[in-house]
Design a protein around this ligand. Structure first.
Ligand SMILES: NC(=O)c1ccc[n+]([C@@H]2O[C@H](COP(=O)([O-])OP(=O)(O)OC[C@H]3O[C@@H](n4cnc5c(N)ncnc54)[C@H](O)[C@@H]3O)[C@@H](O)[C@H]2O)c1
Length: 412
C-alpha cells in the first residue's frame, strides 16, 4: 500500500514571541502526516517574514500579510497549494481570515473563541455549509484520551442520568495588571477590541463550556452569571461564576427524560467557574460529572487519569494506555501506559481527526462534519465554535441583567 501524501499546512499567526502557534505546528506534524509549507506569522510584514525564516519557510511562501498568502496560494496549482490554514492570531483576526479562506474553499483550523460576534459566527456556519470545507476549532481539551473515555462512559449510561456538573478553570496569571508591563498575551486578552466581549469567560470559560458539552452531550438552557473584573481599570472580566441549567443538546428540556422512576426529577444543573485571578493556579481545569449511578472526575493537570466513583464502592482510577479503556481513548493514545502524554498529544488528536476529515473531502466525500454538525469525525467544528461564541455573549448579557436566569439560544 502506498503511503498517503502529507497534507500541506499554512498558518496565520505564531510569530516570534507568540504562544500557541508553535503548539499548532508541533501538534499538526506530530504524527508525520502534515508539513508546514506556507505562512504569514505576524501582524507586521517585517516580523512576519523574519518569523517565517525562523521556521524555515521557503521565501516564496513566507508571506507578509494573510491577504497575500491567500492570493499566492490560490494562484498555485491545485496539487501544490495548501490543504488547510491554521489561524492562531488574537481573536479579532479570526473572522476575516477564516471567512476569506473558507470562502475560497480552503479548509480551516481556527483557535478559540472562533469569533467575537454572533453575526460572524452565523456567517462562518453559512460559508461552511455552502462550500463544504472542513472547519475545526481547536478546543484541545476534548483531545485527551481520558476525556474521550469519559464521553464514552456517559453515553453508555455508566454513571446514569446526569444530575450535576461542576467545571472549574482556574488560572492566576492575570492576578496583577501585567498587561501594563507589555506582556503580549495579557495585552490583547484584556482589550475588548481584540479579545471580544469576554475576558476570562471567553479565554478559558469557552474551553470549560466545550468540555462539558463534549463529555455530557448536554446543552445549556439558561444561565445566571456574575462576571467581575478585580483589577482596577481592567476592561474585561477576570473572574466568572455561573450557575447553569442544562437541557438536551437540541434544546429540549431534560425534565422527564430517561423513562425511569426518576422521571419527575429536574434536569441537570451545573456550576461553571472561570478565573484568571486565582493566585497560584497554573492551568487548573477540572470537570466533575455526577449521575444517578456514579460520578467522574478529570483534571487537566493530571490528564492521564480519570476517577470513576460508584455508589457504595471504592473509587476506581482509570489510567491512559491500559487495555480496559474503550476504543475512543485507545485510538487517541500514542505511548504505552506510564509514559505521560499531555497537551501536545491532545492537541495533535484534534489535528488528527480534522486531518482525516480533510483527506475524506480530498477523496470526494461530502460528509466531513465534526461533532457539532453531527458528522462522522471526532473534531470540534464550526457549530461547536458558534455555540461557544453564543455562550460567551450570553454570559456577558446575563451578568449585566437583573433577571436571575438568561436563556441561552442555541445558534441555528
Ligand atoms: N486552544 C488553546 O489552548 C489556546 C491556548 C492559547 C491561545 N489560544 C488562542 O490562540 C489565539 C492566539 O493566542 P496566543 O496566546 O498564541 O497569542 P499571541 O499574542 O501569543 O500570538 C498571536 C500571534 O498572531 C500574530 N498576528 C496578529 N495579527 C496578525 C495578522 N493580521 N496576520 C498574521 N499574524 C498576526 C501576532 O503577531 C502573534 O505572532 C487566540 O485566539 C487564543 O484565544 C488557544
Amino acid at each position: 500500500m502506498t503511503r498517503p501524501r502529507l497534507l500541506r499546512m499554512g498558518i496565520v499567526g505564531g510569530g516570534r514571541g507568540a504562544f500557541i502557534g508553535r503548539v499548532h505546528r508541533t501538534a499538526a506534524c506530530l504524527d508525520g502526516n502534515v508539513e508546514l509549507v506556507a505562512g504569514c506569522l505576524s501582524s507586521t510584514p517585517e516580523r512576519a517574514i523574519e518569523s517565517g525564516r525562523d521556521w524555515g519557510l521557503a521565501d516564496d511562501r513566507n508571506y507578509p500579510t494573510w491577504e497575500a498568502m491567500l492570493d499566492g496560494e490560490r494562484k498555485r496549482p491545485e496539487g501544490d497549494r495548501i490543504d488547510f490554514v491554521s489561524i492562531v492570531t488574537p481573536n479579532h483576526v479570526h473572522f476575516p481570515v477564516a471567512h476569506a479562506f473558507a470562502s475560497a474553499g480552503i479548509n480551516v483550523i481556527c483557535d478559540k473563541p472562533m469569533v467575537t460576534t454572533s453575526e460572524h459566527a452565523r456567517q462562518l456556519v453559512e460559508v461552511v455549509r455552502s462550500t463544504g470545507v472542513v472547519f475545526a476549532v481547536t478546543y484541545n481539551y476534548s483531545g485527551y484520551p481520558l476525556v474521550k473515555q469519559a464521553r464514552q462512559m456517559v453515553s453508555a449510561g455508566e454513571i446514569g442520568r446526569i444530575r450535576k456538573v461542576i467545571v472549574e478553570y482556574s488560572q492566576g496569571w492575570l492576578a496583577s495588571k501585567i498587561e501594563e508591563s507589555g506582556q503580549k498575551q495579557a495585552d490583547w486578552r484584556t482589550d475588548p477590541a481584540r479579545s471580544g466581549a469576554g475576558g476570562a469567560i471567553g479565554d478559558i470559560g469557552s474551553h470549560a463550556e466545550q468540555l462539558v458539552s463534549y463529555v455530557t452531550s448536554l446543552g445549556i438552557q439558561s444561565i445566571c452569571a456574575d462576571l467581575t473584573s478585580f483589577i482596577p481599570g481592567r476592561r474585561l472580566d477576570d473572574d466568572a461564576n455561573l450557575l447553569v441549567r442544562f437541557c438536551h443538546a437540541d434544546g429540549r428540556e431534560c425534565v422527564g427524560a430517561g423513562g425511569d422512576v426518576l422521571d419527575d426529577e429536574p434536569g441537570a444543573r451545573g456550576i461553571l467557574s472561570a478565573s484568571q485571578v486565582c493566585v497560584g493556579h497554573e492551568n487548573d481545569l477540572s470537570l466533575r460529572v455526577y449521575g444517578t449511578k456514579g460520578s467522574l472526575l478529570w483534571r487537566q493537570e493530571e490528564p492521564n487519569q480519570l476517577v470513576h466513583r460508584i455508589d457504595g464502592q471504592p473509587e476506581r482510577i482509570l489510567r491512559r494506555g491500559n487495555g480496559y479503556l474503550g476504543p475512543a481513548a485507545a485510538g487517541a493514545t500514542r505511548l504505552p501506559a506510564g509514559h505521560p502524554e499531555a497537551f501536545f498529544e491532545a492537541f495533535a488528536n484534534v489535528y488528527q481527526s480534522a486531518g482525516e476529515a480533510i483527506r475524506a473531502r480530498l477523496s470526494g466525500r461530502t460528509d466531513v462534519g465534526g461533532i457539532g454538525l453531527g458528522g462522522p469525525f471526532d473534531y470540534p467544528d464550526v457549530v461547536d465554535g458558534a455555540r461557544g461564541v453564543e455562550f460567551i455573549l450570553t454570559a456577558v448579557r446575563a451578568s449585566a441583567s437583573d433577571e436571575k436566569w438568561t436563556r441561552f439560544e442555541i445558534p441555528g
